[in-house]
Design a protein around this ligand. Structure first.
Ligand SMILES: [Fe+2]
Length: 415
């Protein structure tokens, strides 16, 4: 249970709470363990009569109360601490807030690029579109994706993951394009290879348009006969695109092979290992991930963390190990956009991952006391926090989603 002590009793190792408005102190957190003399001095300079602390979370007990020292009034002490410590700390806080604003701006640009690309997709996917025109548009879209989203790993992944139950097919296509190209970039693909991967991922499901409407438009789980029909979209798409002369052969293979797995468990042909092209191996993994997190046909929708866990454990044998490792190093174990509860019970969203600390990403914290455009981003390693559990978008209130959405709240309107 929390207790109150005089600020004179504070010492390094105590876990304290600052019961002041966010804008009235220079710290980036409302609660934390005092880590050094500088933090201690700044806390004592806040002008508080007492401060709340948690004995269970503290490494040490408060100091014994010392006698007042008449030679320096508390006002004088506050003034000197303010001058010496608060200004630089406030400057750091302001800098962090500015960084946050830039990040939000970048997130909006990223979202805009994504939305624009989705708008292009419907005309691009039309079989009626002249081949040359469609090819130029597809190239433009792939270049745009490379230029804006593939470079902004964490933001783009967050955007992809927080969409939850948003509209279906075109969003799914864009997710697969962006994530596939992120993998391609990490594999040092040449410009031409990126283009092939972009085309293959862009058109991977084009054969679905050739299926009967009761299958292609179905929003609930397939029956066995319906699934048998659905499987045909792979070869149908490849032969349709081949007849139209839309795609190079290597991209056509992605259309035919994106549901194959290297252990022979996929469809339509049950290919194994290097019978699949490396482009197909990438799109197969990415497509499975997006289908698990954003299930369009009434299956259990998983959090990004649950999806990565399944792909990396139970389904590991289905995917190429090098591609899988790259995919996990991009997404982390808790991919950006995953809603989480932390070990101290705070709620947040994973905002970025570091490849050397996959279990301890950076998390943006929901805190009503802090304006949303200044929301705290905590490095879990530095803060000695961990992730207790992950939450589905449907388990989060709209207010929390909007607070944590980095300007992408539009995606939640139908959730
Ligand atoms: Fe497919």
């Amino acid at each position: 249970m929390d207790q109150h002590v005089s600020t004179d009793q504070l010492c390094i190792g105590m876990y304290i709470y600052i019961d002041l408005h966010w804008a009235k102190h220079p710290f980036l957190r409302q609660a934390f363990k005092i880590k050094d003399a500088a933090e201690l001095k700044t806390l004592q300079g806040l002008g508080l009569d007492s401060i709340r602390f948690n004995p269970n979370k503290s490494d040490t007990k408060p100091l014994e109360l010392s006698k007042p020292e008449p030679e320096q009034s508390s006002d004088e002490l506050n003034a000197s601490v303010e001058a010496a410590e608060l200004d630089p700390l406030l400057a750091i806080k302001i800098e962090k807030i500015e960084q946050q604003k830039k990040r939000r701006k970048k997130a909006k640009a990223c979202e805009q690029a994504f939305t624009e690309a989705i708008k292009c997709l419907s005309s691009l996917m039309s079989a009626q579109a002249p081949v040359e025109e469609a090819a130029a548009e597809a190239k433009q879209l792939i270049d745009d994706v490379c230029g804006s989203m593939v470079q902004a790993d964490d933001l783009a992944i967050q955007l992809i993951n927080i969409q939850g139950q948003s509209d279906g097919r075109y969003t799914h296509i864009m997710n697969v394009v962006v994530l596939s190209m992120m993998v391609g970039r990490r594999l040092d693909f040449s410009e031409n290879e990126m283009h092939v991967l972009g085309l293959g991922s862009l058109y991977h499901d084009v054969g679905v348009t050739e299926l009967p409407g009761q299958v292609s438009k179905k929003t609930t789980r397939f029956t066995d006969p319906e699934f048998a029909i659905y499987k045909r979209h792979t070869l149908l798409g490849a032969s349709m695109a081949q007849k139209q002369g839309r795609l190079p052969n290597e991209a056509l293979r992605v259309l035919a092979e994106h549901h194959e797995n290297i252990d022979g468990s996929g469809y339509p042909r049950g290919l194994m290992g290097d019978q699949m092209s490396r482009y197909s191996k990438i799109v197969s993994l990415v497509n499975s991930y997006d289908n698990l997190t954003n299930n369009l046909r009434g299956g259990r929708e998983l959090t990004p963390h649950e999806a990565v866990s399944i792909l990396f454990s139970k389904d590991k044998g289905k995917y190429d190990a090098t591609i899988m490792n790259i995919f996990v190093s991009i997404l982390g174990v808790y991919p950006p956009g995953t809603f989480v509860t932390l070990s101290d019970n705070r709620l947040g969203i994973v905002s970025s991952v570091k490849s050397d600390q996959l279990l301890l990403p950076e998390v943006m914290i929901y805190d009503e006391a802090v304006p949303s455009d200044q929301a705290l981003i905590l490095d879990l390693k530095e803060e000695e926090l961990s992730i207790k559990n992950t939450l589905k978008p449907t388990e989060i209130t709209r207010a929390v989603k909007e607070y944590l959405s980095m300007g992408t709240a539009g995606y939640y309107f139908d959730a």
